[in-house]
Design a protein around this ligand. Structure first.
Ligand code: BJW
Ligand code: ZN
Length: 244
């Protein structure tokens, strides 16, 4: 399907939808200057995921892991939401039944103003105590290495879901509910290889939803998509709102 027909079809589906779910990944923030994970300049090209983004890595060398997060916190703190983040805030305003599921930990959706939001992999500005489990906001840059819990002096870790760790069950229940009942699932800027999010398109499709994808590249989800718009998030997502 040519781009303009695909765009018009997706726009019409969004107008008609009673319930909209959006799933985003690192690609939406790439347009704000934050590196993706698996792209040509992606984080996993420079760093090994198993050295940094697993509970075993943190147990082995918490200092190294925190140094990596300090570098990323500094990088992300200087970035702002882009026109795609902003367009999703507008979509949320226009539709009563709307839910945004993001795999991103950068907090840019929240900064843009999204409120109906699940950050399923956590948030880089939140820390969690490895002893007492308390979670709190911490925006220090750099964070003091090694950071200690004010309540129990236990070691703090990023409140982020690493490989091999379970996602928050309340978040998962919410995602399942909205995916089972949406008319349309919009998938923006994710390679679609990390589970459970990689399975969300199949869940929505089985439940009868229309699937739209926005990504410069093909992904494993493309085969399930009713409409694929090849392009960058900051250029394509705002077009979905035009002319109404
Ligand atoms: C643009 C663009 C532009 C570029 N505009 N687009 C087999 C089946 C099921 C599960 C597993 C399995 N084998 C292993 C697992 C478990 C594992 C998993 O899925 N592994 C796969 C890699 C195979 N999953 C887990 O461990 C999860 N937990 C779990 O499943 O618990 C139960 C369980 C445990 C163990 C075994 C089995 C079950 C937890 C996953 C947590 C992921 N966390 C990370 C890192 C956090 C660290 C941090 O950020 O600080 O989260 S991984 C990393 O990938 C990050 C991201 O959120 C996530 C997804 O990446 P994303 O967003 O898709 O980014 P990219 O870079 O991959 O893609 C960018 C896309 O943007 C590309 O498509 C570009 O084309 C596009 N793009 N520019 C629009 N301008
Ligand atoms: Zn504690």
């Amino acid at each position: 399907m040519v781009f303009s027909s695909a765009l018009n079809l997706l726009k019409q589906r969004l107008i008609d939808a009673r319930s909209i779910v959006v799933l985003t990944g690192a690609g939406i923030s790439a347009d704000s200057g934050i590196p993706t994970f698996r792209g040509a300049d992606g984080l996993w090209r420079t760093y090994r995921a198993e050295d940094l983004a697993t509970p075993e890595a943190f147990e082995r060398d918490p200092r190294l892991v925190w140094e990596w997060y300090n570098w990323r916190r500094e990088l992300i703190a200087a970035k702002r939401p882009n026109s795609a983040h902003e367009a999703l805030v507008e979509l949320e305003k226009r539709h009563e039944r709307f839910w945004l599921i993001t795999q991103n930990v950068d907090g840019l959706h929240r900064d843009a103003g999204s409120r109906k939001l699940s950050e399923i992999h956590g948030n880089i500005w939140m820390v969690r105590c490895t002893q007492c489990g308390c979670v709190e906001e911490n925006r220090s840059i750099p964070i003091a290495i090694l950071p200690a819990c004010v309540r129990c002096t236990g070691l703090l870790r990023p409140h982020i879901v690493w490989f091999g760790e379970s996602l928050d069950p309340t978040d998962m229940a919410r995602c399942d509910k909205v995916l089972q009942t949406c008319d349309i699932l919009l998938i923006i800027g994710t390679s679609g290889v990390v589970y459970p999010a990689a399975g969300f398109a199949a869940v929505a499709k089985r439940a009868g939803a229309f699937i739209g994808e926005i990504n410069p590249d093909e992904t494993p989800q493309t085969a399930l998509a009713d409409v694929s718009l090849r392009g960058r998030a900051k250029e394509v997502v705002p077009l979905l709102l035009h002319g109404r």
